[in-house]
Design a protein around this ligand. Structure first.
Ligand code: DX5
Ligand code: ZN
Length: 222
């Protein structure tokens, strides 16, 4: 199975963004995860277009945008123009989910749906042909540094089975929240291939080493 680390810049020291992103890249990070929060969909406020623009200047890695905002579609065209590679949003945040997934693809981005811990897996089935990525929240979104919810592992397994049943072997199955060298192994064994990690990468003194440690811990599950 593919294996990819997507460090979340939410946990970066923003005054050292370039340096820290380059360290993560040197450790083998393949994507950069950007947590856009609006203070409404989640009780926290972060960044948006200026962060995507800054990262695009700093690195050539694909930018994986996770929108925790109401009406994510209002940012779709702008983020595509800025060079975002993944456009992933929560189905509770908008009404016409299928339309926006399909618009993300038309704009050349991977179309992703994000499931909160309480959001049923069955929602995916209705739009399965429109998905390039599923992002499983293993914490309730809003903050970095929370603990991995153990029920997430079973949910990842059920989503992998659903994707297999529909022969969707190219859909990325990503996990976000509380990923550490301790939790990554079970999540990978259950079928996830892409791992967001904030604290476990940028919260560590050796950022490159932290990415390598996550990769090694996940490989232990293969
Ligand atoms: C949480 C965000 C995560 C966050 C993960 O709402 O979606 O991407 O940055 O942080 P850690 O890895 O510290 O749980
Ligand atoms: Zn995220």
């Amino acid at each position: 199975m593919n294996l990819r680390i997507a460090p979340s810049v939410l946990s970066c020291d923003l005054g050292r963004l370039r340096e820290q992103v380059q360290e993560a890249e040197a450790g083998g990070a393949e994507w950069l995860h950007v947590d856009v929060m609006d203070g409404h969909f989640v009780p926290n406020l972060t960044f948006g277009a200026p962060m995507i623009r800054a990262l695009r200047r700093i690195s050539d890695l694909p930018i994986d945008v996770h929108l925790m905002v109401e009406h994510p579609e209002q940012y779709l065209a702008e983020y595509a123009d800025l060079g975002a590679s993944v456009f992933a949003f929560h189905p509770e945040a908008t009404t016409h989910v299928q339309r926006h997934l399909s618009a993300a693809r038309e704009r050349g981005m991977k179309a992703g749906l994000v499931l909160n811990p309480s959001t049923p897996v069955g929602w995916l089935e209705e739009v399965i042909d429109d998905l390039d990525l599923v992002l499983v929240m293993s914490v309730n979104p809003g903050y970095g540094g929370q603990g991995y919810l153990p029920a997430s592992t079973g949910k990842i397994g059920r989503i992998r089975a659903l994707l297999d049943r529909h022969q969707k072997h190219d859909v990325t199955l990503e996990v976000d929240g509380g990923i550490t060298v301790q939790t990554i192994r079970a999540a990978h064994a259950a079928g996830a291939d892409t791992f967001v990690a904030g604290t476990a990468v940028f919260g560590q003194p050796d950022i490159a080493g932290a990415v390598r440690a996550l990769l090694a811990a996940a490989k232990g599950a293969e």
